[in-house]
Design a protein around this ligand. Structure first.
Ligand SMILES: C[S@@+](CC[C@H](N)C(=O)[O-])C[C@H]1O[C@@H](n2cnc3c(N)ncnc32)[C@H](O)[C@@H]1O
Length: 236
């Protein structure tokens, strides 16, 4: 009798954790050295690039390797737009976006204080008067609710340790009809010279954005040399 009880309890516990994984999309995933040992909707989450890599973000070859200048006009910004560069790092994109929204602003957000310090250091030298540095948290970028026209995430989403919570917080921060521009190394292409967990496929990105209520608008896999540019929108 006692052993039946134990078996029943074990079965209930297993059912409970399966239901939890189904609800949240999270599950444990074995040790990939590039990963944090946790998966979301079947995708293993990559570790966060440390602030020690800041110089790599600003490397001279980046413009050619990633076509960074080509990205900016593809975002179709209006001069009054409020943009949030989430996972801004050193502000590589924030300070390039700032002149495109002279009557708007750019929130340059990151979870690493050292990165936010770099952004504030650049501002102190006179760069990007309309750039606002924000120290966010791992589940919440701490942006004003209903205020953002465009969220840009370049090479960052796959590092979120809580992608569902971040996605929900991003939706809260967007205006109705506001857009998300998700730029990720193309996971379908084995020739893209980036570690597996730091790439994403279009199918996976669309699945994860849909899970937080974002509608797919377009995917451009040709304009940038090695990345997808995927646009999603918050419904009106
Ligand atoms: C590879 S860097 C890319 C930086 C920048 N987007 C660029 O393209 O130059 C990824 C950045 O995302 C940040 N990051 C990781 N998880 C984050 C989260 N949950 N919220 C905000 N930033 C995050 C990291 O601290 C790091 O600065």
């Amino acid at each position: 009798m006692q052993s039946i009880k134990v078996l029943l309890l074990a079965a209930l516990a297993a059912l409970g954790s399966a239901a939890l994984a189904q609800d949240t999309g999270y599950s444990n995933r074995g040790l990939n050295l590039e990963g944090i040992g946790k998966a979301y909707m079947g995708r293993e989450i990559a570790y966060v690039m440390g602030y020690e890599g800041a110089a790599w973000l600003e490397r001279e070859a980046r413009a050619k390797e990633e076509g960074t200048e080509a990205l900016l006009p593809l975002l179709n910004l209006k001069p009054t737009d409020a943009v949030a560069d989430i996972g801004a790092g050193t502000g590589y994109f924030s300070f390039r976006l700032a002149p495109l929204v002279p009557q708007g602003k750019v929130y340059a957000e990151d979870i690493q204080k050292e990165m936010v310090d770099v952004i504030n250091g650049r501002k102190a030298k006179g760069e990007g008067k309309n750039v606002v540095a924000v120290l966010g948290g791992i589940t919440d970028p701490k942006l004003p609710p209903g205020s953002i026209d465009l969220v840009l995430m370049v090479d960052v989403y796959h590092e979120f340790s809580y992608p569902r919570e971040m996605g929900q917080a991003i939706v809260r921060a967007l205006k109705p009809g506001g857009r998300v521009a998700l730029v990720e190394y193309r996971g379908e292409d084995p020739k893209v010279p980036i570690k597996e967990l730091h790439k994403m496929t279009e199918a996976q990105a669309r699945k994860e954005m849909a899970a937080v209520g974002l509608q797919w608008v377009s995917t451009d896999s040709k304009s940038l040399p090695i990345q997808h540019l995927m646009i999603f929108a918050k419904p009106n």
